[in-house]
Design a protein around this ligand. Sequence first.
Ligand code: ZN
Length: 343
Amino acid sequence: MYHSNSYLDFILDPRNSTQSAANAEDNRHTEFGIEEDCPVFRGLPEYVRLVAGATLTATKTLADNQADVAICWDGGRHHAQKSRASGFCYVADCVLALLTLKRVRYPPPDGSLLPRKARVLYLDLDLHFSDGVSQAFLRSHAPAGAPQLLTLSLHHAAPGFFPATALAVLSDPDDSAFDPCTLSVPLARGASNATVARVWRAVERIRDAFRPDFVVLQCGADGLAGDPYALWNWSLSGEGGLGWCVDRVCNTWGCKTLLLGGGGYNSTNVARAWAYLTSIALRQPLPLDSDIPDHSAFPLYAPSFTLDVPAGNAQDHNTDEYLQMVESRFDRAAEIIREKVGQ
Ligand SMILES: [Zn+2]
């Protein structure tokens, strides 16, 4: 369990999910963050149970060695906090998945009598920083022991952009507060496939150093071109695209992988993205010029009526100098992680 008892008692009680309860003057909705972008709605307790239950069911198939890839596109609620809803996220299903996978044990390595503990990498590709997840595991490993959990978030950052937290800045091994297992790569406006492909080298250096058994990959689609946020210029296809990243993780990393959803506010592009990512996880990638099949929402897929989400014309503001800084800092972070993980 991750959430506080007081939060669960509140959020799972149907008497608290009516508008009249939200209007009452007892401040509990404000205390637990059930307001503004996390409003009450009828069925909220069931919704919370379903999101958490679906992600945990997917997680269990990996933990029990029944699958190599498991998917829950309704999961990925990376802003939910221990005692507070935030940013459309009422339940911290990512954290629950990570806590479950962390409990997996392997036969003792040579020279040891103790089972080896699983290592779990959380990688977040959503436009927004994974504050709820990163905060949950910040400095959570014992200084002497090998770390079991590493969080790495690629996200947009700008003054005032949600969520505003010091953890969202570029990780700096020279900072006295640096935690090598809580890593962040903020990207500027217009982030393109080329920028993500470049940052991906740093991501894979961290993966090589940490050698995870499990990867939890949050596939928020709000960085894709065409999203109403209109901040990144990322596409579904091509080297550095969202599909390419998911293919790298699912089909070349050799880890058991949990794919979760996340943000994304252009509904047809999100449907395109998660359909395509599912085909990649199945190792049967759909052609990107595939026609959208006829169904009740078909007209909404105009004007292309095809699967691809191509990049737009926005300028990429991520400079070569900045990307070099990301690489050099992550090289040093990878060395620190390699030492901590050991052989
Ligand atoms: Zn987002």
